[in-house]
Design a protein around this ligand. Structure first.
Ligand code: S3P
Length: 429
């Protein structure tokens, strides 16, 4: 088991680029494979999660070339996939498993999805349930709640579905099934989750109707190949934003970051806490808004976080906990029960780790209360096999007195290859 130790930084400085957006990278492979013609993808995230999706499509007969800079997908159209001869392994990736479940439900063949021990413990009924209503035949452990999932693809019918959770994975799984369904598929969600699937389908020429509270599509649309430039992942940039905010004298420029409004909850939250973050050079790239982010050290203050901003910052809560741990006052997070079913229970994991760093976190069923400690103590933290917990605690270590060691850091490779080198590069000692 690999571990990594960081020391307190004097300051954080640099002009950096973080790897490509994970959500958009997954979708570029999926929709590129289902489009007719050749799609060239630049900025693709070569992390384990997105590579699991890439390998799954290769296993279903799609030629995908990688020359080290550009990924070239030779799409075969909506009905071009073939039956994989083995189980498809999604590794740690919930996006691969849930979106593929929706897609595979509409194919004319049989397939099985599995993943690592963390993914096999995560809830799948949220997609299996509505897909079954569309006519899908899916079996899984624990009555279809847990992977491995066995999918006998077949005829689907569009439904109207109100999701109890704001989840882009649920929405996208149903949209992918909806591409194959007879009639119209409508999905309502409590608050708008990330809309990368909607944007990419439009980029590939499909008509997708987005309206207040939901999205609608009609089956049988043809997708036409279109090149994609993947922006840097705001969820990866978030670690460096918080690093610069909590270490005195810091200034960082993070280039080419995706600033899709369904993902910028982290900017809204940090700015409300008093963060000095400026968006520069705002532009659009393959249907997605992009900007450079300039972040300067700021004295942060506690806020209340709930409601519609939660799904727009869902992956950033571990590092928001770190910001809150150094803010003045008590930060309260509500409406975030989803954090308990991520790669690990992120509320429990951060409470446990930050307690070791001398910070009081009170857990609630759907959130937490974090009282800023003024300063952090160096500690021995655990990743719980979760990339974002590992990276958050290493960022915390930059502002801690003494060394901070994080155990089991291999998981960082799922979303952010090169993180440890980049963190070392920007931390001035
Ligand atoms: C993702 C959606 C989110 C997010 C995950 C990526 C996606 O999950 O946490 O990291 O690419 O659709 P949920 O849909 O479960 O909220």
């Amino acid at each position: 088991m690999q571990s990594f130790t960081v020391q307190c930084a004097k300051t954080v400085r640099g002009d950096i680029t973080v790897p490509g957006d994970k959500s958009i990278s997954h979708r570029s492979i999926m929709f590129g494979s289902l489009a007719t013609g050749t799609t060239k993808v630049t900025g693709f995230l070569r992390g384990e999660d997105a590579l699991a999706t890439l390998e799954a499509f290769r296993a279903m007969g799609i030629q995908i070339d990688d020359d080290g800079s550009t990924i070239t997908i030779h799409g075969k159209g909506l009905h071009g996939l073939s039956e994989p001869s083995d189980v498809l392994d999604c590794g740690n990736s919930g996006t691969s498993m849930r979106l593929l479940t929706g897609l595979l439900a509409g194919q004319g063949f049989f397939s099985v999805l599995t993943g690592d021990k963390y993914l096999r413990a995560r809830p799948m009924k949220r997609v299996v349930g509505p897909l079954t209503k569309m006519g899908a035949r899916i079996l899984g452990r624990d009555g279809g709640e847990k992977a491995p999932l066995a999918i006998q693809g077949g005829k689907l019918t569009g439904i109207e579905y109100t999701s109890p959770v704001s989840s882009a994975q649920v929405k996208s799984a149903l949209m992918l099934a909806g591409l194959y369904a007879e009639g119209t598929t409508t999905i309502y969600e409590p608050h708008l989750s990330r809309d990368h699937s909607e944007r990419m389908l439009r980029h590939f020429g499909a008509h997708i109707e987005s309206f207040e509270g939901g999205v609608r599509l009609t089956g049988g649309v043809d997708l036409k190949a279109a090149d994609i430039a993947v922006p840097a992942d705001i969820s990866s940039a978030a670690f460096f934003m918080v690093a610069a905010l909590i270490v005195p004298g810091s200034e960082l420029l993070i280039r080419n970051v995706g600033v899709n409004p369904t993902r910028t909850g982290i900017l809204d939250i940090l700015k409300a806490m008093g963060a000095d973050i400026a968006l520069e050079n705002e532009r659009e790239q393959s249907g997605e808004p992009v900007a450079d982010l300039r972040v300067r050290h700021s004295q942060l203050k506690a806020i209340e976080i709930s409601g519609e901003v939660v799904p727009r910052a869902i992956d950033e809560f571990p590092v928001i906990c770190v910001a809150a741990a150094l803010a003045e006052g008590t930060t309260r997070v509500k409406d975030a029960a989803e954090l308990r079913v991520k790669e690990t229970d992120r509320i429990a994991a951060m409470a446990k780790n930050l307690a070791k760093a001398g910070v009081g976190i009170v857990e609630t069923p759907d959130g937490m209360e974090i009282t800023g400690a003024g300063k952090l103590a160096g500690c021995q933290a655990e990743s719980f096999g979760d990339h974002r917990i590992a990276m958050s605690m290493l960022v915390a270590g930059l502002a801690a007195g003494g060394a901070t060691t994080v155990d089991d850091t291999e998981c960082i490779a799922t979303s952010f290859p090169g993180f440890l080198d980049l963190l070392t590069e920007v931390a001035v000692r």
